[in-house]
Design a protein around this ligand. Sequence first.
Ligand SMILES: [Zn+2]
Length: 248
Amino acid sequence: MKAELSQLIALQQTDTTILKLQAELNAIPQRRADIEKEFEQRAFEFRAIETRRDAARAEHARLEAEIAETRTKAGHADRALMSSTNEKEYAAAIREADAARKHISELETKVLEQMEALEGAEKEIGEHAPQIAQLSAELEEKLKAFEEQTRTQADQLTTLRAERERMAAELPKPLAAMYNRISTRIRGGVAVAEARNNSCSACFMSLRPHVMSQVRLGEEIITCDNCNRILYYVPAEQPQQTTAQSAK
Ligand SMILES: [Zn+2]
């Protein structure tokens, strides 16, 4: 029975590692989103300047188009002025040409304002550039490391699952069935627990002296009266031996 208990303990340790890995892999989308969110929060100020620059650029282009359009109008008015045949036509063409030139002058003032805004924003962007470049590099590095870790963990999981199946197949069938029954019923999937300081290390219930001595002997499968987990005992002179084996 002692050897079978060791097999059960090893199986439990493998299953615990599998569960932990699986939980980490399940959390990947959330962890990745957190990394990206943190980056966007730190880059927020920079994004606001970029938005300001883009708005100034767009407004500048719109004003230039309006100036061109108004210049065409002024040209029409000039030609109408030249070809005017009476006082009334002449006065109307003068008014139109004046209005167009006045409008162009206003637009040009606005163009200057937008150019100033654009230059200001670009200067600020330039000042922030090293910082944002560093942030981007950090993000890229973090995501890369994260992906590598994910790949490693996924590989580990595949290996461990195969190992787990092999270990389970080596157990006597009734024992494997017992293990599966307990681990699927118990939250957290831990079916095997160490009996330590005369109590079950999983549910902390005290064990009766008779039960404890049976667990110590390790000649048959003893389960905890309270949580039904299979109990095992690690002799005091080597308390770390079984837990250190697969602590990874
Ligand atoms: Zn217990």
